[in-house]
Design a protein around this ligand. Sequence first.
Ligand code: ADP
Length: 443
Amino acid sequence: MRRWLVLAACMAAGGAFGWWAAAREGLPWGLLLGAAVWQLLDTLAARRLLQWLRSEQTHETPVPMTGAQPRLPGVWSEVADRVRRLLKKRDQQYQGNQARLEEFLAALQASPNGVVLLDAQGRIEWCNQPAAQHFGFDARRDLQQHIANLVREPIFKAYLAQGDFSRELAISGHASTPTRPVKLSVHVSGYGDNRRLLLSRDITAVEQAEAMRRDFVANVSHEIRTPLTVVAGFIETLQNLPLKKAERERYLALMAQQSLRMQTLVYDLLTLSRLEGSPLPGAGEWAAVNTLFEQCEQEARALSSMLAPQGHELAFESFPVCEITGNASEIRSAFSNLVSNAVRYTPGGGLIAVSWTVLADGRGQFQVRDSGPGIAPEHLPRLTERFYRVDRSRSRETGGTGLGLAIVKHVAQRHGAALEITSQIGQGSCFSIVFPASRVRQL
Ligand code: ADP
């Protein structure tokens, strides 16, 4: 409405001017001049509006409006106002979307699993830090690179090319070396417009656990099969052959020996599984170290006289009355495993010294030293692995299961203690369990 009033005012002023200049003949020219002036003013206003809009839209992505809105006459002011509001709304929406996208990417970044977004051609659009580590990408530099150029494992290339992503694929990680293999599980899923989402997970620990489980089952089966075959063979002989009494008794003694071997194995396996499955021993009950020591000594003397006719020189050093807190039967089993190992692996006549010392910082050290054959350094880190044996035949001959030191290590760990082993070939061995000061008290 105002626009037309301005036009009328311009024309009236033009008409008056025309009348003043040339009376009746000047009137139409005056009106025309008034309309032209109005048109000129209107065009200038439209131009200012256009200039302002252009200056606001020079950015590729919307940014908040910076330039001040120009003061325009009439309808142009309203046009400018409405455009400004529309642009402001669009900017706010864009900022909101941008913030949500950043939050979403931050969440993906925090994932422990690798996440890679691929475009329809298989080029990397985005990847998080775990994925960069898994595959050895540079999260910035390698954007827009084709994934198959960076992950060069042939099975991965075949998996991508095949397009059947119904299953996961296991491949070696970027940091994998022959001595420290790293295994990754990768899974691709399609989304959006032919895009793909690649997830990667470090499964090294799972694979190792699975390999250990397989080895463990194979070892247990092997350990049980050998005595079982022997016992089955003797049973068949006893059933089919008319044996003399002495022979039969010898066979029965051998069968008893083999079944004892199986019994010991099952006992050790149960001990291990109890140690793994039961809650950590608290610090409520106190056991006298002297009592544990005496039991160990009796066992050691019995075993020594059984294994070596001339026996061993056994030195159980005395010490002030002391107590230790934890699970007494677990601690006894750990102590007696170390002492019985010393007796079993030290030839008859050798020296075995067992001691208990409260160290200057209050820690308690149970130590077994022997003058046996000693252990080569390459075996030392593996001694506590289940079924790991250095001297396989000596272990079997003396009723070993290959689980003794694994049990000792477990018991030590459960009591916050450390198992320390030092040994040199020909110089004997020294096994110590060092308990934290909080578990030891002197009376
Ligand atoms: P095992 O039942 O075979 O003795 P352990 O786990 O107790 O199993 O010990 C693992 C291996 O460590 C043994 O097979 C043996 O070769 C070696 N070993 C353990 N203690 C001694 C020792 N005192 N002297 C020499 N070798 C030892």
